[in-house]
Ligand binder design. Sequence first.
Ligand code: GLY
Length: 376
Amino acid sequence: MPAVQIINVPLGDRAYDIHIGSGLLDQVGALVKPRLAGAKVLVVADATVAAAHGTRLLASLTAAGLVPTLFTFPAGEPSKSLATAEAAWAACAGAKIDRTDAVLGFGGGVSGDLAGFVASCWMRGVRFVQVPTSLLAMVDSSVGGKTGVNSAAGKNLVGAFCQPVAVVIDPALISTMDPREYRAGLAEVLKYGVINDPGFLAWQEANAAALDRGEPAAVAHAVAESCRIKAWYVEQDELEQGVRAHLNYGHTFGHALERETKYRQYLHGEAVGLGMRMAVELAARTGLLQTPDLAARQDALLRAYHLPLVHAATDPVATAASLTAACALDKKVAKGATRFILPVRPGTVELVTAPDAGLVQAAFSSALVPAGTGTP
Ligand code: GLY
């Protein structure tokens, strides 16, 4: 049995464990069976993940006496739709998934978000298990119960909080990830250090090269620390009425960048990394930031993780103005006011509502360069 770390998410009668360990893909069945009542499990996976790892997962479920049915969909964000959910519900019917049975999300954020939404609605809610295979899903989306699909109204606007009954993470699976996708996940790892834990930030500074190379021990530690911090926020504020919003550090800027580039230029983590640079800049300009060296420390880690530090724009002035306007469209806008999570010092952030639009535009400008010019 591989070395396993267990992190509990203490949510009363909906508490669950996150199991983290290299090789745990072969133990999923044994680990989740005690949390299930019925034997049937609908496995929701994109076709790429199913082809790469599906045989091992299904074998592990079957070996534990469970009865899996595999539902696959084309990999990619367009599949996070009501149409795919509808097809998954048809698969639930075909597999005779009843109220005692379960839906298991297997893959990256798209699979987990989709599977959780399918589980939350099928028969008004069945058990849900998360087995993430991407770094982003391991450190963020598989923990905390945010599930949903995209719709004509926007990304992630249709969904439900649906906590899993178990999360099983095998960090060895990241060795098969696309390097760019892996590094985009590192932006969220960096986020946890900045918003919550100066010790974890310092650990990343000492281990950035190992983490960037995907060394197993470094990855396992980064995943476990990220999950520990995420679990704390979920315990404090499951439904994001308060402190859980701190997890959106870099996201108001990042979402605007993603929207303005039509979701084609950046992976989510890359846009969040740029957004974190802009958040430090805005914190400095508003006088909130007490430790100016945070900008250089964060930049050094973004650089070590090979994440973009600037956004190339043909007309940076016009782009900064349109990005600032795009912030008002963010789904986290509350009562018409834009909201930014800004750092005070390493490990401490604050929610700032409706900062001066000129300062927001200047923060965007700080990371915009004319197309074709160099990187800092
Ligand atoms: N991804 C942020 C959250 O789960 O709250």
